[in-house]
Design a protein around this ligand. Structure first.
Ligand code: F6P
Length: 326
């Protein structure tokens, strides 16, 4: 196996708080281990258009506390073509980049997997997404911060919901995964969560109404995961207006504010650990794996597993929400 002397690092897909902490960790750990580091701007786009500069330790000073990503991020159509990827490879060769660390969600890791297959480049992925939807890791960089942002918002919504005795549907992100909605609902003391994972199994609105809305409470908050599978918060508000017109219903869509803000301690720590682990993995000869954390231990998850498998929702969490929302 060829020796790795130099690595490239990029962030891709939706930004997530803690990405900067990960960039810092990868850069500094690589330098500590005698490797050269190149920062690649705007994700795979920068790899294709050659927006690549060498990073020293100072390039990542004073960023651990910042949300977003100093490397910027983009979705790149060109990289989806064979010509685009060939150009990306040429640019890597030009700078002498032997391996890549990619921070992002499933789309970003899919890109790394294809590049690795086509050009035999060692790639390591770090799970950077607020959605927490990557298989093989208990948590992803940005998820804890987004959860806390949701809590902050829902605590405020509760004040007005209680005062007006209203039913609020609060829509949260997650693409097609319900982790933010379910754990957000538990932490916020919400009455229910409507999540894509159960959208074909039961009528979650009916279940919530039957479970006792207004039996003992004059207001309620339901977190709805955005997704075509759930139909989103507006869909449920419309249904309530039509099917249960006695309720005074309102909708709040939290949107992209969930992606911003200073990363929590938890996200900074996992980003730092995963960043260091990515360099260890490369030095050990690992390739084409995502760094995960399971039971507080670093694990290596083959790309194929991390991307292709649906991460299951823990039924225990569903029960906790159910029992505590009476
Ligand atoms: O994957 C992160 C995420 O924030 C999802 O929760 C959301 O569905 C999507 O990205 C939004 O993407 P965009 O920033 O392109 O609107």
């Amino acid at each position: 196996m060829a020796k790795i002397n130099s690595i490239g690092i990029l962030t891709s897909g939706g930004d997530a708080p803690g990405m900067n902490a990960a960039i810092r960790a990868v850069t500094r750990s690589a330098i500590c281990n005698g490797l050269k580091v190149f920062g690649i701007y705007r994700g795979y786009k920068g790899l294709v258009t050659d927006e690549i500069i060498e990073f020293k330790s100072q390039n990542v000073s004073n960023i651990i506390q910042m949300g977003g990503t100093i490397l910027k991020t983009a979705r790149c159509q060109e990289f989806r073509t064979a010509e685009g990827r060939a150009q990306a490879y040429e640019n890597m060769k030009k700078h002498g980049i032997d391996a890549l660390v990619v921070i992002g969600g499933d789309g970003s890791l899919t890109g790394a997997r294809i590049l690795a297959q086509e050009f035999d480049i060692p790639c390591i992925g770090l799970p950077g997404t607020i959605d927490n939807d990557l298989y093989g890791t208990d948590t992803t960089i940005g998820y804890d911060t987004a959860l806390n942002t949701i809590l902050d918002a829902v605590d405020k919504i509760r004040d007005t919901a209680t005062s007006h005795e209203r039913l609020f549907f609060v829509e949260v992100m997650g693409r097609d995964a319900g982790f933010l909605a379910l754990n957000g609902a538990i932490a916020a003391g919400a009455e229910a969560a409507i999540i894509p994972e159960f959208s074909t199994e039961v009528d979650q609105l009916e279940q919530f109404i039957e479970h006792g809305f207004r039996k003992s409470k004059s207001s309620s908050i339901v977190l709805v995961a955005e997704s075509e599978l759930t139909g989103g918060a507006m869909h449920y508000a419309e249904r309530v207006k039509n099917e249960y017109p006695q309720y005074d219903v309102r909708v709040t869509i939290l949107g992209h504010l969930q992606r911003g803000g200073r990363p929590t301690a938890h996200d900074r720590i996992i980003a730092s650990r995963m960043g260091v682990a990515s360099i260890q993995a490369l030095l050990e000869g690992q390739r084409n794996v995502m760094i995960g954390i399971e039971n507080d231990k670093i694990v290596y998850v083959p790309f194929a597993k991390a991307i292709k498998n649906d991460k299951p929702i823990d039924k225990e969490l569903v029960n906790v929400l159910h029992e505590l929302s009476i």
